[in-house]
Design a protein around this ligand. Structure first.
Ligand code: GLU
Length: 422
């Protein structure tokens, strides 16, 4: 990503983070040279027949960063901001995330630059099927396994699975994760990312001596990650004082009734957003980040916490549900302020961990219970949390750098064993 093709604010941030970790690890120079850029990046044109019979061509991407440890793994994002640089950054973060969790998987990401809210269901299906057909040759259960990300869900994964399977002539459930349970998905995957965020918050709270019962939290983003995190936090006794989505936020210092808010968004709201939500008072996304609370969970877009607003944060604990929500400049401010950060590659790893369980179950055609899934998820996240905390103490670095150092070191060690094929 040092080269111009991949350059964007997000990829520069990812590469800079990698370079800091590589420097601290004294990483082999040849390995570092390779890891700075993705293995492969595919750009595709995705023609879609709109409902008015007009063909609109969207741009799609699949970036495969590194597969030293196993098949590439990572979500598919449908969002107007999707571009090659952003997808490349997200692919690199997936490599470190999988390695940190100890999964036998590499890192990838895909996406289509579009606004899914402006597309009908038929149009999203057409877009998904054609995008899948365009990347068909570089995905597969042993090659690269996509999953949901922002703007995509289990229905989109079902269409990816069906399109891939139609081409192969038989059902291939293992080509994607985050599928509906009815076609080889796993129980617990939909909740996994938000649930994982809360498991890591639980460990951090023990470490910081925060009693979760009665503690306060603000959650930015009310999609699959934010809404589940808010609900699971409320279930363990945390008061959710603020939530938001792209339409703005709601605030109630006495705590918002999360179950009712979820029902409003999923059943009452025509746009499936917080717009018009009757609970609490209106606040903006910017105000939410600066609210006085114990726990702040950014679970929306990247680069939300910057050098401008970081000085105004009033939380004790920042748990990154989103990928890349905090810029490097902001990290320095948070360190100075003594805010404890659970970095994205750790906090939101629950999604890919349960994706891994789904993939394993598909490959062995044998399925586990939700209880088994949640126990295994908690075990991996708890182990990862303490590995990162130990590294941060012994190396005297912050939690993000510690997490990246562990991920990068594991990939590098594997690369050195495997050697260069030339
Ligand atoms: N999109 C999710 C992430 O960013 C999940 C990826 C996966 O399950 O493969 O971690």
């Amino acid at each position: 990503m040092a080269t111009v093709e991949w350059r964007s604010p997000a990829s520069e941030m990812a590469v800079k983070q990698f370079e800091i970790a590589a420097g601290k690890l004294n990483l082999d120079k040849n390995v570092a040279e390779r890891l700075r850029r993705p293995d492969r990046a595919l750009i595709v044109s995705v023609p879609v027949m709109r409902d008015d019979r007009r063909v609109q061509v969207f741009t799609g991407y699949r970036v495969q960063h590194n597969d030293t440890l196993g098949p590439f793994k990572g979500g598919i994002r449908y969002h107007p901001d999707v571009n090659l640089g952003e997808v490349s950054a997200l692919a690199m973060w997936m490599t470190w995330k999988c390695a940190l969790a100890g999964l036998p998987l590499g890192g990838a990401k895909g996406g289509v630059s579009c606004d899914p809210a402006e597309l009908s269901r038929a149009e999203v299906q057409g877009l998904t099927r054609r995008y899948t057909a365009e990347i068909l040759n570089i995905i597969g259960p042993e090659v690269d396994v996509p999953a949901p990300d922002m703007g995509t869900d289990e229905q989109v994964m079902a269409w990816v699975m069906d399109t891939y399977s139609q081409h192969k002539g038989h059902a291939v459930p293992g080509v994607v994760t985050g599928k509906p349970v009815a076609i080889g998905g796993t129980v617990g995957r939909r909740e996994a990312t938000g649930r994982g965020v809360v498991y890591t918050i639980g460990e951090a709270a023990k470490h910081l001596n925060i009693d979760l019962v009665g503690a306060t939290a603000a959650v930015q983003g009310f999609g699959n990650v934010g809404s589940v995190a808010a609900k699971e936090l409320a279930d363990v006794g945390v008061k959710i004082v603020a939530i938001s989505d792209k339409t703005g936020g709601r605030y109630d210092p006495k705590g918002l009734p999360i179950q009712s808010v979820i029902e409003y968004v999923t059943k009452t709201s025509k746009s499936f957003t917080l717009e018009g939500c009757p609970h609490g008072e209106r606040i903006t996304n910017a105000e939410l980040l600066e609210i006085q609370c114990d726990i702040l969970v950014p679970a929306a877009l990247g680069m939300q916490i910057t050098a401008q607003n970081a000085p105004k944060l009033k939380c004790r604990l920042l748990a990154e549900g989103a990928n890349g929500p905090t810029t490097l400049d902001a990290d320095a401010v948070l360190r100075e302020k003594g805010i404890f950060v659970i970095p994205d590659v750790l906090a939101n790893a629950g999604g890919v961990i349960v994706s891994y369980f789904e993939w394993v179950q598909d490959l062995q055609n044998f399925f586990w219970t939700e209880d088994e899934i949640n126990k295994k998820l908690r075990a991996i996240l708890t182990k990862s949390f303490y590995e990162v905390l130990d590294m941060s103490r012994t190396e005297k670095v912050d939690m993000r750098l510690a997490a990246l150092m562990i991920g990068v070191e594991r990939v590098s060690r594997a690369m050195l064993w495997r050697g260069l094929y030339a």
